[in-house]
Design a protein around this ligand. Structure first.
Ligand code: PA5
Length: 449
């Protein structure tokens, strides 16, 4: 089971303050569970691991099998919460060199992502690649109107129809979107695509355990029932507890808010395995979009160690002391790989002979924690037993629950994202989208000043 360790935080905080945040976190958890806080219409994710039906899981698995069966590659089109969760889980569970293996070695299609940027080169290269491979598309957008995935899908729709013919192309496309509104819903209905629904009461960044995450994860060959079982386990652990120490989500939310109050405005999430680098990206979105508003919020940053110890390590050790660090630790590895002995020892590494790389990595982890704490960086650790579906499910639910509680402790609505509209409006005006003429004139005025 997931373990939270705050022993390297306590010395940085006045005890009375941590205690008062602990009590406030118990209340914030009740507010979240009782639906009495801001944005309470968006709490569908809270009970999702137990509410999702066996029928829906079976339907997701069937569609994943259908798409996988005819594809070397599956393209997942989506942006923000409509792709980061799937990518986090798939990257965590996949072989690091999957893209160099062929379909039968992998045992599942390669999952690639599109529509999460507007790079001309990225999409041109993707379309060129798809000329050579059999592929399917999963297009995901809750609103159904987001520009980046809509553009990505328009490009691939044209390509897949030209490649397979309109009738067969349809069998290679699945859409995940709102149950009744949005351009993607209309398009999917009129073309007759297989469609899955993102529930109204679940926002993008909390949607990984809906078909948004489950369909791509199943298509990549991973066990979505175990993922949901892990989330369900954590849901029970984090359910309303009067003793704060029994609820890791409460404890984490309380500690990070107490640190924030004490000048630690940046939280850096670190891991010592490259498999978790997209998990860190998912976490950044979850906390960044949930808390960064009303001119408040901890800035969520991420690092991959030991790689980034050689780039960000200096800053973290001795830079401005406004950071704290949360480390995701993993107890065991999939493989065993030992350092070979070398009789010449020209690289002077024989002191490591016969040690597992995992053991060396653990010492790097411990050494880094000791150095950073010594350098004034409070350290939180979240330990999981291994990287598998169950443990990832626990980790996902733990962070989601902590994020809801933490947002309420901070006094913001953790379920909206009004700030992401600003760039979109400017972009639409600059691209002459009908309805944005007035804003276009205002922007031109500003630019000409
Ligand atoms: O978390 C969120 O709500 C956002 O990141 C959305 O997921 C993102 O903007 C994509 O939106 P949509 O799924 O409507 O295309």
């Amino acid at each position: 089971m997931l373990k939270l360790d705050l022993s390297h935080v306590i010395k940085f905080l006045p005890e009375s303050e941590l205690n008062s945040y602990n009590s406030a976190a118990v209340e914030a958890n009740k507010t979240l569970e009782n639906g009495t806080g801001k944005g309470s219409d968006f709490r569908g994710w809270l009970n999702l691991p137990k509410d999702i039906s066996a029928n829906e899981i079976a339907e997701i698995k069937q569609c994943a099998d259908d798409l996988s069966g005819c594809s070397d590659i599956i393209i997942v089109i989506g942006i923000g919460g409509s792709y980061l969760g799937a990518r986090a889980v798939i990257d965590a569970l996949s072989d690091n060199f999957n893209s160099l293996k062929n379909r039968s070695e992998r045992g599942a299609p390669l999952i690639l992502f599109a529509g999460n940027n507007i790079s001309e080169d990225y999409h041109a290269e993707l379309v060129n690649l798809l000329d050579k491979f059999d592929y399917s598309v999963i297009v995901i957008s809750k609103s159904g109107t987001t520009t980046e995935p809509a553009l990505g899908f328009r490009l691939l729709k044209l390509h897949i129809e030209a490649k397979y013919g309109k009738k067969d192309a349809k069998k290679r496309i699945a859409a995940v979107t709102d149950k009744q509104k949005g351009a993607l819903k209309n398009l999917a209905d009129s073309e007759g695509y297989k469609t899955f629904v993102i529930p109204d009461d679940i926002g993008g960044r909390y949607s990984v355990l809906t078909p948004v995450g489950l369909l791509p994860i199943a298509a990549a060959g991973f066990n979505i029932e175990n993922l949901l079982a892990g989330a369900k386990n954590m849901m029970q652990i984090c359910f309303d507890k009067t003793n704060i120490h029994d609820n890791p989500a409460n404890l984490y939310a309380a500690a990070r808010n107490a640190l924030y109050k004490n000048g630690k405005a940046i939280e850096i999430l670190a891991s010592f395995t490259p498999n978790l680098s997209y998990f860190i990206e998912w976490w950044k979105q979850l906390f960044g979009e949930s808390e960064g508003k009303d001119e408040k919020g901890i800035f969520p940053a991420g690092v991959n160690f030991t790689t980034d110890l050689h780039s960000m390590g200096q800053w973290m050790q001795e830079g401005t002391r406004n950071i704290f660090e949360t480390v995701i630790k993993v107890n065991s590895n999939k493989f065993t790989l030992k350092v070979p002995n070398d009789k010449d020892n020209l690289d002077e590494l024989n002191y490591l002979s016969n040690k597992r790389l995992g053991e060396i990595n653990k010492m790097a982890e411990l050494g880094t924690m000791l150095a950073h704490v010594e350098g004034g960086v409070p350290n939180i650790s979240v330990t999981i037993e291994k990287i598998d579906e169950f443990n990832l499910g626990e980790l996902i639910y733990f962070f989601e629950k902590a994020c809801g509680i933490s947002g309420y402790l901070l006094g913001v609505n953790p379920f909206n994202q009004p700030g992401v509209e600003a760039y979109k409006k400017n972009m639409f005006a600059l691209l002459n989208k009908p309805g944005f003429e007035k804003l276009k004139a205002e922007i031109e005025n500003k630019l000409n000043k």
